[in-house]
Each structure stands twice: as C-alpha cells, then as structure tokens.
Design a protein around this ligand. Sequence first.
Ligand SMILES: *Cc1c(COP(=O)(O)O)cnc(C)c1O
Length: 447
Amino acid sequence: MTAPQQDTIKQLYDSHPLLNSLSATKEVCWLNPKLQRFTDVQVSLPLGASDIADAAERLQRFAPYIAKVFPETAASNGIIESPLTAIPQMQQTLQAFYGQTLSGRLFLKCDSHLPISGSIKARGGVYEVLKYAESVAMAAGLLTLKDNYQKIDSPPFKALFAKHSIVVGSTGNLGLSIGIMGAQLGFNVTVHMSADARAWKKDLLRSKGVRVVEHQDDYSKAVEQGRIEAQQTPNCHFVDDENSQDLFLGYSVAAERLKRQLDAQGICVDAAHPLFVYLPCGVGGGPGGVVFGLKQSFGDHVHCFFAEPTHSPCMLIGMYTGLHDGVSVQDFGIDNKTCADGLAVGRASAFVGRVMEPLLSGIYTMDDEHLYRLLALMRDSEDIELEPSALAGVAGMAQVKAAKDYLAQHKLTDNMTQAVHIVWATGGNMVPSAARLEYYEKGKALL
Ligand SMILES: *Cc1c(COP(=O)(O)O)cnc(C)c1O
C-alpha cells in the first residue's frame, strides 16, 4: 500500500477537523453520519442472513468433534459460546468513576472466557480453520455432510491434514486461535507474530508444535509476510485477517446466540427497549462480524459502537475519511503503540469498514491508562479478570449518555432507563497469572 501524498494528508486535516485531536492521541467520540435504517440497506449488503446461517450450520456439524477434542466444551455439546453476565456492581463503580448517572442495565459478554483460546478469536479463527478442514476432507473423499464429524479425530484425517499448511499473521490472539485449532486437527501451522506479541503466546504455540515467526515490525507487516509465505507454499491456506469473509462470518454467528441468551433472561429488545453494544476494534473483522450479525437479528433497535486505542484508531480514521484501508494511523503521525494487544492495528481491514458504513453508530477512542483503570475496577467490583483490550467497551455507556443529539435523533432519550448495554469483553482468560497481576497493579496505581 503506497502512502498518500503529504498534501493529501494536509487537506484531510482541513476537511476532517477531528483528525487534529486524533493525531494528538486525544480521546474522541465520533458519530457516524452515514448510519442508515437497516431495512433500507439490507439488500445492498455483500453478505446476508443465509451466509450467517451457513456458518452456524457448519459449526453445528463440527460440534460433536469439538466436544470430543476440547472436553471443556462438552457441557455446551461442542458449541463454543460464552456467558452473558449482568455486572451491576461495575455499573455502580462506573457512575462514581465518571461522576454521572448511567441508567439502563449493564451486561458483559464474556468472550474473554470462550473455550479453546480465551478470546473473541475462538469464534472467527476457529471457524475459518474448521471450514478449511471440511473442504480438504471432502475433496479427499473422507467426509460427507451426513457424517458424524467425530470421525475427524482419527489417523486418516490427521495424515491428510499433515500434508496441508495454514499460515496467519497476528498480534497474538488470532495466532493462538488458529494455532491451537489447526494443530489439534493435524495441520502444519505457521504464525507470523508482530513485534508487540507477548512472549507467553509464542511459547504456548510452540509447545503445541506451531511454528512461530517473529517480526520486528507491527501487525500489517506480519500479515504481509504471512501472505507472501503462503503464496509460495503448496496446499496452503492463508487466514487473511485483513480481508477474510470466513473470519467475519464466524464472528457473526454470535448475534443469534446472543438473542437467545437475552430471551432466556427475559430481556426484550424493541423500540422502547434499545440495545447498545460496545466492541473493541482492531483490524475490524471480529467486531464487524458481530455487528453485522446483530443488525440482522435486531435491526434498528441495536446501536453498535466500536472502541479503539488512542494510539491505534485505524477504523475511525478509515471510516471518518472514507479512505478505509487507503490510510494508516502512521500517515497521521500516530505510533500504533498500545497495551491493548489485540487492537494494535495501524491499517483497517479492506472490507469491514465499507460494510460497516451504513450500520455502525460510532467509534470512540481510549488511552491506555483509561483501559488499565477500568481493568482494576472490573476486578475490584465484579472479580472478573480481563486483558486491557477487553475493557475498551466499558467506556461506551458514558459515551452514549453524552451523545445527546444521537439519542434525540433516534428518539431514545425517554427510553434510556429501559436500555440494555452490552460490553463485549474480548479476551483475558489465557493471560498467565503473573501478567494479570501486573495489569491489575498498573490500574490500581492509576486510580
Ligand atoms: C482481535 C481482538 C479484538 C478485535 O478484533 P479485530 O478483528 O482485530 O478487530 C479485540 N479484542 C481482543 C482481545 C482481540 O484479541
């Protein structure tokens, strides 16, 4: 990707004044002027409900296999899902922290505790590996749609997959997900890690027989190197985090399941009971896939926001300028250095921002210290331990309260006491205890 000309950048600062605050790494909240009514855009979206249903069915086919090889999923019959938990104490704590009343009910979607890899990547990452495995096995005549997929856990399948490789570039969590799932099936997996990836993630992958290639550069470079290697390797599948529709659809399945969880808790979503969902955003596939699903399930009654670090606001810059992957945070002098591992991405996905254009309500940014403070508050109030990225959604409730024009425009002002707010906690359960303590103490020291 060639960098835009310097005078183009200069003009953008004039035409898009929020870029000044962004390049000064100030916390901002941007409301999306291109948001449209879902029924008006539904038909023009590149993917639809049938694509999500196809992904959900594929995950269902694999469920008996997953239950067998990952016993922690046996209780959910091999469906990889996380709890939706009310966090009333955290809501109280946040009122004191932000010094304002936050009405409605606050929930945490605990993807931080998803089985297999302890992050939201256990949705998209696992799904894409399974889809590839299914196509390889079917092409070899070893598998049909009618089979019980438990048979995949056997020597003929392992021997087949051993002749194939999977390559991915990652800041860590996607690598974990692809590596753990791919190695379990018997694939040769190579993970290209960006410089910011934590040592424990690399060690864990190596212990599972995954090849880890370390790069001195950031995420975009790691992905690029992975792509080049994959092109040169026969029988190789590249998990393209910057473009993959399979990842996106794997994430999108979360929405229908969330709807069922809300139903089970007697929570209704309609015009009088709006739903707000706050998702940490890196390259965009994870939160974008979930939002895509949420819009299919709840239409205009769901209001979706992304949250990014002040040092890595790639999706905000891409959507705000309309240039998407044509610009990077570095083009605006932003360093893409953040404690929020999964969010350290300088250039957004090529397609997610475009799909989000009519669907997303807005994006806000948070600095690292803000994330650490909330991390400590979450542990103190709810005894829930998360990684820094996963706290980005927590500021959403206060951001929405401040967005008075948005609330008025969508006739929400009088319904906010009946609102449900869901913070998507995207990771944390795999973090070793020493690192958890370090995060917590950092947050405590800042409070
Ligand atoms: C990957 C990740 C995200 C964001 O997902 P993207 O697809 O990169 O936007 C958020 N939080 C955590 C912990 C992650 O690992």
